[in-house]
Design a protein around this ligand. Structure first.
Ligand code: HEC
Length: 162
């Protein structure tokens, strides 16, 4: 029994080491300025700050990869989140969306933020500064009110063509 355990542990350790030789692709795709959110939309500074701080890592080509993105299998989960996030919503290619898609995504953003689904909980767990609140403290009720005003205020509605 002891021997089986020992072999098992060695196999796990070896497996972990071998995994490190297969890192996922962590290069950000290039950004074409004409395709970005900013190209078609006047983004107020405070909204841009929120998007950059809380959403860009998964919804743009401006991902900042943390140190643990160097370690498999964490790296695989991370890259999967990013690819999945980008495929649903990507501010770096926002201007390639047609009008209908832009307005649909706007609604989705509002829904996700108001519902507290975004930013992803597992992300906030580590990235405390991405919590949507002014004070930086996780105050969800306040966050939702704030998010509502930020994302729905007519003058600063993102996704409105210039
Ligand atoms: C840690 C990565 C991550 C962060 C940070 C993040 N998202 Fe997401 N987002 C995802 C993933 C992954 C999906 C795909 C759906 C799912 O798995 O829930 C998604 C889906 C969405 C969708 C749904 C799009 C659609 O049409 O289906 C919206 C809208 C959205 N996110 C907005 C935001 C906003 C706004 C922020 C910042 C306030 C944000 N997200 C932050 C990963 C992230």
């Amino acid at each position: 029994m002891k021997k089986v355990l020992k072999v098992g542990v060695i196999a796990l350790v070896l497996g972990f080491i071998v995994l490190q030789f297969f890192p996922p692709d962590r290069t950000n795709p290039p950004i074409n300025d004409a395709e970005t959110l900013e190209a078609s939309t006047q983004v107020p500074a405070d909204v841009a700050a929120i998007l950059n701080r809380s959403c860009s890592d998964c919804h743009s080509h401006k991902t900042a990869y943390p140190w643990y993105s160097n370690v498999s299998p964490a790296s695989w989960f991370l890259v999967d989140h990013i690819e999945n996030g980008r495929s649903h919503l990507n501010f770096s290619v926002w201007n390639t969306y047609d009008k209908k898609k832009k307005s649909h995504k706007m609604e989705e953003i509002q829904e996700q933020v108001e519902g507290g689904m975004m930013p992803l909980g597992s992300y906030l767990w580590i990235h405390r500064n991405a919590v949507l609140s002014e004070s930086g403290k996780p105050n969800y009720k306040f966050s939702h009110l704030k998010a509502r005003s930020v994302f729905t205020h007519p003058e600063i509605k993102i996704g409105v063509p210039k």
